[in-house]
Design a protein. Structure first.
Length: 263
C-alpha cells in the first residue's frame, strides 16, 4: 500500500509547549508508528511528561526494528512503560507531570491503536469518518449519559477534566482498537487543542490535501488562530493510505456525517 504521513504542532496561546508528536516509518516492512502526547502539569512538568512519552516510543520502535510481534501487546507495554517513566522523571526532577497518549501502529494491512485521556484518533474510510476514540473525560461521560451533545463538548466548563492519564498514582486503564485497512483508509491523531476548534468536515479537507506536511502545518496554525490568545497547545499526526486518485485542495468541502465511537 502507498502510505504517507504528516505531523505538526503549535504552541497556541500558552507560554510553554506541552504537546509532543512523532512519526516512525519502515516502508520495507510496511510498519508505521504514530504517537501523540498532551502533557499536563506546571513548571515544565507537562512538557517533560510528553517528551518522556515520545522518548519511550522511540526506544520501543528501535527495539522492535519495525517488526513488533503482537501489536496490542507492543502498544500496551509501551503505554505502561511511558507511565512508569513519567513517574520516575517526576520524582527525579521534582515536578508533577502527567500526559495523555494516543498511538497508532500499522503493520501491513492491519491498524492497531491505543489511547489514554482525551487526545483522539479519528479513522476515516474516505470520505467518511468511520469512528473515533472515546475520551476518558468528564464531558465524554456526560455525552454518553445524554446530558450534552457531541458539539457541546469543547465548550463545556469541565472539558479539561480527565478520568484517566499517564503519570498518576495508579497504572493507566488503556483502550485499544483495531481495523483492517485498505486504500482510502486514513487516520488522524490530535490533541484537544485541535479537535476542539477544527470540525470533522475540515479534517476531511486536510486528509484530501496533496501534501500532508503542508496541510498539517496549515491546520494546526488555523486551530491556534481560532482559539486565540488563551488557546491551548495544538498537535496533529496524520497517516493516509492513498487511493489511486487523490485530487484535492485545502479548501475543498466534505459531506461526511457518519461517526462511530470506539470505546
Amino acid at each position: 500500500m502507498d502510505i504517507d504521513m504528516g505531523c505538526a504542532r503549535h504552541i497556541g496561546g500558552r507560554q510553554e509547549q506541552q504537546d509532543e508528536v512523532a512519526c516512525f516509518a519502515d516502508p520495507d516492512t510496511g510498519t508505521y508508528f504514530l504517537v501523540l502526547a498532551d502533557g499536563m502539569g506546571g513548571s515544565q512538568g507537562g512538557a517533560l511528561a510528553a517528551q518522556t512519552v515520545i522518548e519511550t516510543a522511540k526506544r520501543y520502535w528501535e527495539t522492535c526494528r519495525g517488526m513488533p510481534g503482537d501489536p496490542d501487546e507492543f502498544l500496551e507495554e509501551f503505554c505502561q512503560q511511558a507511565h512508569r517513566s513519567i513517574r520516575f522523571m517526576s520524582e527525579e526532577s521534582g515536578t508533577t507531570g502527567h500526559s495523555t497518549l494516543v498511538a497508532l501502529l500499522i503493520c501491513e494491512d492491519q491498524a492497531n491503536w491505543i489511547h489514554v485521556g482525551d487526545s483522539r484518533l479519528y479513522h476515516f474510510k474516505s470520505p467518511t469518518i468511520w469512528q473515533r476514540t472515546k475520551d476518558h473525560s468528564v464531558v465524554q461521560a456526560l455525552v454518553d449519559a445524554g446530558q450534552i451533545t457531541e458539539e457541546q463538548m469543547s465548550r463545556h466548563p469541565d472539558q479539561n477534566k480527565l478520568l484517566n492519564g499517564l503519570g498518576g498514582k495508579d497504572a493507566p486503564e488503556t483502550t485499544h482498537g483495531s481495523a483492517t485497512i485498505a486504500p482510502g483508509h486514513h487516520f488522524l491523531l490530535c490533541s484537544d487543542g485541535f479537535w476542539s476548534t477544527i470540525t470533522p468536515v475540515e479534517m476531511g479537507c486536510l486528509l484530501r490535501a496533496p501534501n500532508l506536511s503542508v496541510a498539517t502545518t496549515f491546520w494546526v496554525d488555523r486551530a491556534a488562530r481560532r482559539a486565540g490568545k488563551d488557546g491551548d497547545n495544538v498537535s496533529l499526526a496524520v497517516l493516509r493510505v492513498k487511493e489511486d486518485l487523490c485530487q484535492t485542495t485545502l479548501s475543498s468541502e466534505d459531506n461526511s456525517s457518519t461517526l462511530n465511537l470506539c470505546s
